[in-house]
Design a protein around this ligand. Structure first.
Ligand SMILES: Nc1ncnc2c1ncn2[C@@H]1O[C@H](COP(=O)(O)OP(=O)(O)OP(=O)(O)O)[C@@H](O)[C@H]1O
Length: 241
C-alpha cells in the first residue's frame, strides 16, 4: 500500500495563534484514519487545509504524488478530495435529490445524465431514497447528516474527509452512520474521520491519530493509541496525582 495523502510540516496560524504547528502525517490508500484530540486541537483546521479552504503558512500536502498545497478547493474536489462539514449546510430550498445532484454536476464535473444516475445510487446507499423529494430545510438532523454524506459522495471522492458526522445523534442513529462509513470504506474510499464519540469510529478505523495544540502527538493502531499515557493526559485531561 502507498500513501494517498502525505502532509509535511503543515503550519497554520490565525494571527499569532499557531493552530497547526509543523504537523506531519500520512494516510494509506483505502484506510480509515480516525482523528481525535481535545477541543481546539486543530482537527477541523486540518480538514479545512486538506480540502483547500485554508491556505497554510508553511509545509506541503501531496495527494497521489502531486503537490496540491496551493491548489484551489474546487480543483481538489475534482481531483477526488471530498468532505462533509461539522454543521451540514445544504441548500435548504432544494430537494434532497437536487442537493445531491449539485455535488455530482459541480463537485465531480459529471454530465447531468451521469450525475442523475449517480444520485439514484447514492440516495439508496445513504438510506435517504424515500426523502428524495423533500426540501433539505425540512429534514431531521439524522437525515441532514445522511444528506451531507450523500452530497460529498456525489463529488466522487477517492479521499473523504468526515467532520463529526455522528455528533448530536442518538445511539441508534450513530450505528446507522457507522454502517454507512463502513460501506464507503468497503468501496475503497480512503477516509479521514474526526469524531468525538470514540466508540463510534473505532470499529471502522485502521489508524488513529491524536492531535494536541496543532501537533500530531501520536498515530497508530487504535487500541494502542487509546492505551497511551500521552493520549490519556492530553485528550482525557487526566493529570498526575
Ligand atoms: N478562522 C479562524 N480564525 C481564528 N481562529 C480560528 C479559526 N478557525 C479556528 N480557529 C481557532 O483554531 C483553534 C483550533 O480550531 P479547530 O476548529 O481546528 O479545533 P478542533 O480540534 O476541530 O476543535 P473542536 O473539537 O472543538 O471542533 C481554536 O482555538 C479555534 O478557535
Amino acid at each position: 500500500m502507498s500513501e494517498i495523502i502525505t502532509v509535511e510540516n503543515l503550519t497554520v496560524a490565525f494571527g499569532k495563534h499557531k493552530v497547526l504547528d509543523s504537523l506531519s502525517m500520512g494516510v494509506q490508500q483505502g484506510e480509515v484514519l480516525g482523528v481525535i484530540g481535545p477541543n481546539g486541537a486543530g482537527k477541523t483546521t486540518l480538514l479545512n487545509t486538506l480540502s483547500g479552504r485554508i491556505k497554510p503558512q508553511g509545509g506541503r500536502i501531496v495527494y497521489q504524488g502531486i503537490e496540491i498545497t496551493r491548489v484551489s478547493p474546487a480543483q481538489r474536489c475534482r481531483m477526488g478530495i471530498g468532505r462533509t462539514y461539522q454543521v451540514p449546510c445544504p441548500f435548504e430550498n432544494l430537494t434532497v435529490y437536487e442537493n445531491i445532484l449539485v455535488g455530482g454536476v459541480h463537485g465531480a464535473g459529471f454530465s447531468e445524465r451521469k450525475a442523475r444516475d449517480k444520485c439514484l445510487e447514492i440516495l439508496s446507499f445513504t438510506g435517504i431514497a424515500e426523502k428524495r423529494d423533500i426540501l433539505a430545510g425540512k429534514l431531521t438532523l439524522m437525515d441532514r447528516k445522511r444528506l451531507e454524506v450523500a452530497r460529498a459522495l456525489a463529488t466522487n471522492p477517492k479521499v473523504l474527509l468526515l467532520d463529526e458526522v455522528a455528533a448530536g445523534l442518538t445511539e441508534v442513529e450513530v450505528k446507522a452512520v457507522m454502517q454507512i462509513v463502513e460501506n464507503i470504506k468497503n468501496m475503497g474510499v480512503t477516509i479521514i474521520w474526526i469524531e468525538h464519540i470514540l466508540k463510534t469510529m473505532l470499529e471502522a478505523t485502521d489508524q488513529l491519530m491524536c492531535l494536541a495544540e496543532g501537533k500530531n502527538i501520536t498515530c497508530g493502531v487504535p487500541q494502542e493509541i487509546l492505551a497511551s499515557k500521552l493520549v490519556e493526559e492530553v485528550y482525557l485531561g487526566v493529570e498526575d496525582a
